[in-house]
Design a protein. Structure first.
Length: 271
């Protein structure tokens, strides 16, 4: 099957299912997430947000698979290509599980798909069991900085599983003042497309944030984008980041997380 994947979550799921060779075109973000793409022959296209009909057709796909976020214009371009389209719109963990199973059925890898789902479910359950009696802490998770946007519902569910109290309405816009008033004890920032290169030193200067418990205790962290914003089986990475941030004495620190202390070291080295 010749597949065009317009979102990293799709490509990484297909890789987990063992059918990356069926992907004939994908996005540059897919290439960043799946190093195997760099050695492959896949065409690099725009994503679900900025797809172009001509680019899609040039890959001669049998099916185009896209996922949120969309723009009306890009969705029209995808449909204009005139090939089969599978459009995903996950909002929570159950949707993520369902999308993995849908993709697995599409490529005849149902058993492998169930294995990916089970792996994520078991990690969630094990985390819930281990943190069940821990003191719950207030956690603010941010997906974008302008405007301030709270992380998606699946992250809220992972925070809950790790013994945290999620601040704000998942997936909605908020304000600096609203977050300051909620007084988070931990702040986790994973901006879409930014890797872990969020300017933490600027965030601490937001209005009212200096007085929050998280900033006073220097518990603000930049989390690699893919750990929070890729609705696929690799959300296990996001869960591990969350539970470490909440309970650093009980869990190991995942690779790639940046703290204010790391920023200070980087600045000293540059100086």
């Amino acid at each position: 099957m010749r597949i065009v994947s317009l979102q990293p979550s799709i490509t990484v799921t297909l890789a987990g299912l063992g059918v990356l060779h069926d992907v004939v075109a994908c996005t540059r973000y897919c290439k960043e997430l799946c190093p195997e793409i760099a050695q492959g022959s896949q065409m690099i296209l725009a994503d679900s947000w900025s797809a172009k009909c001509d680019e899609i057709l040039a890959a001669k796909p049998e099916i185009v698979i896209a996922s949120v976020p969309y723009r009306m214009e890009s969705l029209a371009e995808i449909l204009k290509a005139g090939v089969r389209v599978l459009a995903l719109a996950p909002r929570n963990l159950e949707d993520v599980y369902g999308d993995i199973r849908t993709l697995a059925a599409l490529v005849d890898r149902a058993t492998a798909g169930e294995r990916l789902v089970t792996g994520l479910q078991e990690e969630v359950a094990a985390t819930q069991d281990r943190t069940r009696y821990f003191v719950r802490q207030r956690v603010y998770c941010e997906a974008w900085g302008k405007p301030l946007t709270v992380s998606p519902k699946w992250i809220a569910e992972l925070v809950d599983a790790a013994g945290g109290e999620f601040i704000g309405e998942a997936g909605s816009q908020t304000t600096e003042q609203a977050i300051a008033e909620a007084d988070p004890e931990i702040i986790l920032v994973a901006w879409c497309g930014a890797g872990n290169r969020v300017p933490l030193e600027r965030l601490v200067r937001r209005e009212g944030w200096a007085h929050t418990t998280a900033i006073r205790e220097r518990r603000i962290y930049a989390v690699p984008d893919e750990m929070f914003n890729t609705p696929a089986h690799i959300l296990t990475g996001g869960l591990r980041a969350i539970r470490w941030a909440l309970h650093p004495q009980s869990f190991w620190r995942p690779t790639g997380i940046r703290s204010l202390d790391d920023v200070a070291i980087e600045e000293a080295e540059l100086g």
